[in-house]
Structure formats: structure tokens, C-alpha cells
Design a protein. Structure first.
Length: 161
């Protein structure tokens, strides 16, 4: 099953990379709506989500359980300054980081996918759930930034990203 999760992540990023690269820097800089993130900031948020989930994946895979905070996504996006970065750079980093994570996920032992993860004040979930939710959360945001008519929903939408 861990190979299935790794494949799911790999297929998602490979499918979406050409769609993301089709944006130019100017288009990627415009917020989706007043008070919303631009594509640069939204994809940057997915990089921040990757960084936070990276720690969750590893620590849950090697420890008896994972306990950690959620993350302040607005602050992370602001602190990283995605608005000022080049779209191509953000996109390539997102792809490379997620390729790296897909390899990690593929090496997680099957029995470790049932490790409990306590994230912030949320109800504990399994590592399998955290990984699946991470991928669906990614697809949700990509659907939004590409302006798709159907936006992927994900189970942890009420949880921290």
C-alpha cells in the first residue's frame, strides 16, 4: 500500500506539472480574488505544506507516534515571500520536493502507516490518512489555482494543512 501512496503522489505531481508550467509569471502573480492568494502564494503554500508534512511522515514512520503542531499557513507564506519569486522557480521546487517525498513515502513500512499522528488540537489520525490527505489537499489547491470547475475535496479540510 505504501507503494500505492507513493505512486498516487508521483502521478499527481507529474500530471499537474505541465498545467502549472503553462502559467506565466504575470498570471501567477495575480490573486484569485480580493483577499485570496495568487498562484505563486498558493503553490508556495503547498511547498510549506510539504515541509510540514515531511517532518510528520518521517517522525511517524520511525517513532511510536507523531505529536506536533499545525502550522500558521498565512505567516509561512508571507515569511517565504513567494510573491517576489519567479513562478518557474516555485514550480520546479514544488515538483522536486514532492518527488523527494514520493520516494520517502515509498520507503515507509506498511505497518507504520497505522501510526497515530496528533496534529495540533485535532483528533488523532493515522499516518496513512495524513499522507492521503496531503495529496488530496495538494490537488484541491491546484484545482483552485488552475480555475477548474470541479475542486477536489479532502477529508482533513477542517484540519491544519
Amino acid at each position: 500500500m505504501e507503494q500505492d501512496l507513493s505512486l498516487f503522489l508521483t502521478q499527481t505531481i507529474k500530471r499537474e506539472l505541465p498545467n502549472l508550467l503553462a502559467f506565466d509569471d504575470q498570471r501567477a502573480s495575480v490573486p484569485r480574488a480580493p483577499g485570496k492568494w495568487s498562484a505563486k502564494e498558493e503553490l508556495g503554500h503547498l511547498i510549506d505544506s510539504a515541509a510540514n508534512n515531511h517532518l510528520r511522515f518521517v517522525n511517524a514512520a520511525i517513532g511510536p507516534e507523531f505529536q506536533g503542531a499545525g502550522y500558521a499557513q498565512e505567516d509561512w507564506v508571507r515569511m517565504h515571500g513567494y510573491k517576489a519569486m519567479q513562478w518557474q522557480s516555485i514550480t520546479h521546487f514544488w515538483f522536486a520536493y514532492n518527488t523527494f517525498l514520493a520516494g520517502l513515502v515509498g520507503r515507509i513500512a506498511q505497518d507504520r502507516l497505522e501510526t497515530l499522528c496528533y496534529i495540533g488540537q485535532n483528533t488523532p489520525v493515522t499516518l496513512r490518512f495524513v499522507i492521503e490527505d496531503y495529496i488530496l489537499h495538494m490537488q484541491h489547491h491546484i484545482d483552485q489555482l488552475l480555475g477548474r470547475g470541479i475542486i477536489t475535496q479532502y477529508p482533513g479540510a477542517s484540519n491544519s494543512s
